[in-house]
Design a protein around this ligand. Sequence first.
Ligand code: PEP
Ligand code: MN
Length: 339
Amino acid sequence: MIIIMKDNASAKEIEAVEKTLEDFGFQTHPIYGEKKTVIGAIGDKRQLSMNQILLMSGVENVVPIMKPYKLASKELQKEQSVIDVGRGVKVGGSKLAVFAGPCAIESQEQFTTIARQVKDAGANILRGGAFKPRTSPYSFQGLESEGLEIMYNSGKECDMPICTEVVDTRDVELVAKYSDILQIGARNMQNFKLLREVGKCGKPILLKRGLACTMEEWLMSAEYIMSEGNENVILCERGIRTYETATRNTFDISAIPVSKELSHLPIIADPSHATGTYKYVPSVAKGAVAAGADGLMIEVHNCPEKAASDGPQSLKPEKFAALMKELDVIAKAVGKTLL
Ligand code: PEP
Ligand code: MN
């Protein structure tokens, strides 16, 4: 970090700052100007926070040099991470990853039907919710362990990896037993105990962006998972809360190039939860691929009118198949492949 002293800070104040930094193991590199002194400090910030220095007499500002997240950062790893999610599917490489399936798993028949349809259309990962984080306690909460079994069966039959959400630390072991990828939903992006727990599970994690979280907060959440030894984190931009009510959330397309600059982790886009309306899903999906997303998560239902959850934003299988064809053209234009 760099410590900027106030104009005409006294020699005593400068010395006190240097001594504190050195006591905490930092190397100090002061530059004495005529009016202003600036101190470069190199060391482990875990021992001493910037705020402690900021409180010292004569200090004007403290500027970090390194990002607060390390493992998730481009500073640590320049090349993009490619995450093997099983059954020969990778996320972050030149082939786009398309997670598709219903919001909630409703029955074996429903899930298998949709799984076959999205596979035929070119999706390579199945999604579906067994534990649903619903806004209302009276809404369908998911089939839980029965849902996991249903999903597992379909994944096996279609030879596709599966991705499902875990909402409670007590279920991590169970979900990890069935699922190839564990999803952390937007509402749990800052559930730090859950992040630590999935960090220990050994399966790739899909980390959705919190409803009102900044890029830095999101990457700090990735850091929680990675700091437990699980480096296989996939980011998912699913829209953020703004004043706009025409769509369920506001899709932050800039999150894609910004995350590419800050982090080596792959990022996918979820136009279904971002827009909340099936009509808008294709445009946002195409925009995300053009912007450099490593993949998409799209809700698909064979009978959206009767869906237990998120019907209005679910594409019918034929619409999904048509979209995949259009996306293929865009993928090629940005040097990726899809179908
Ligand atoms: C979901 O994927 O069904 C879901 C609940 O997503 P989010 O956490 O983005 O709202
Ligand atoms: Mn949903």
